[in-house]
Design a binder for this molecule. Sequence first.
Ligand code: PNW
Length: 569
Amino acid sequence: MSATASDSIMETGTFVNCFLLVISLVIIPVNGGYDKERDALLKGTFPQDFIWSSATAAYQIEGAWNVSDKGPSVWDTLAHQDNNRDTGDVACDSYHKYPADIQLMKQMGLKYYRFSISWPRIFPTGEQQDGVNQDGVDYYNNLINELKANDIEPMVTLFHWDLPQALQDRYGGFLNNHTTNTTVIHDLFGDYARFCYQNFGDRVKYWITFNDPWIIALEGYGIGNFPPKHRDPAEGQYKAAHNIILSHAKAYHIYDDEFRAAQGGQVGITLNCDWGTPKTPADADAAIRYIQFSMGWFAHPIFKNGDYPEVMKTTMTRKAQEEGRTTSRLPEFTPEQKAYISGTGDFFGLNHYTTVEVIDTCCTPIENPSYDTDKDIGTGHAPDWPRAASSWLYVVPWGIRNLLGWIKEEYGDPDIYVTENGRSDHDQDPAIMMDMERICYYMMYTNEVMKASNLDSVKVKAYTAWSLLDNFEWLSGYSERFGLHYVDFNDPTRTRYPKASSVFFKQLVRNNGYPEGSEFTKYVENMWYFCHNTTEAEVNGYTGGASQISSLFSLFLAIPMMIAYSLIA
Ligand code: PNW
């Protein structure tokens, strides 16, 4: 085992961690297929105070992209660059239709809602000194008040990718001056966070600073597919991530110093991570490297010790030597910064959708280095993992249980909020309203979350479905639908229609899991094998052994569906 490899094992640390890995290598023969033990239905319920929620993000649902004084975000800019592109100009029109959205949540019995605030809707240029858009502030006040009036707790993301364009133009966005202590972007993010705490914090008790910084850094500033489309594969993502971590810490400390005592809320961050499973036992270190380079990049500084994972640092130092550089492309935090960053998460927000198989490709020196080549790994998928509409989304329910266990062991058993999990369908005609595959996805994934909670003692406190509504799926526009509710994007009124999955989810919430003996659990038992073994065509077309499913479906879902349909917003 190389020095790097043994470091990475040490890095993940504990015995239990290695144990989990060994179990998954020895007992589970293949990554795909139905495994009787691993995939068995667990009966029981989640802890009593478990949070069931659904999520959206401002640019994906609000529309009203230029009402009153709202400034453009980098996503407005990108969407308008090309005439053929879908835009978020109207999206679900939730800026006007938020009361209808709230009725959908109420209908499902949800008591929490995760949404994001659009920074340029509050501060049009991103800077308070240039002016505040009062209509924007009113909008979020109205939304929050309407939620509270309906007994729904807001969980608010401050940054879900829609950076004010002016901050990109003036300061380079998250590339701003990344190695100094006085970076403007940290202060500006801090000012924006403070304003939100001041104006909404009397009613908002759950704050998420950043959503998926990994995507912002990598896609926005490294690969350059996402706005602001800065392409610098060797260094861009590392500089941007450095700034995001420090900006997060700033927003956390502002809450801690100025608001916590009076408002008593919590501040965390939401990180996206796929589970990485080794293709063969020889790929075990590579699988750990995969996770450390994605989630660990942010989680290690924030939840562990203020610094990047050891395996990232040693790998990047070695790369620098190979490339003849005097310094690593991974920036360093000063001792003061490390102390400032460490411990700045009251909870660990997790977005999880899928799993990849990892193979070790270490260590061929590369001429044009990038984040992708830095990891020295390759990724793939087991042939029998079912797929969703999004090209990257393979359905591997057991992955979430492994990942939750890993977070517990690696980061000192934090409270974990699953802030996104879900599955996409294609936008097709006729619309997929009886979305059995989504029902199966939620059934299987939530059951794995319950295993993590009840069998593995992971402190998982929340489960959030992505998404409440079909919405603007970033570069895929309206071609991929993640919603529990269907939105007709050709209808000027953007009518919402409940899909079958919303009725299923309502039953899941009402039962708080899969209690022994309930009608709901019986339905799930009948569906279980089908969900784990049926191909995409069969599930959506009700072919093959589906007659039993159809009759169950009509009994269990069709009647509530009809009632729900009469209540469409
Ligand atoms: C999330 N991956 O991002 C976002 O937070 C949502 O806005 C988005 O609509 C949703 O997923 C569905 O795409 C992801 O690499 C980022 O696997 C990365 C991945 C998945 C989702």
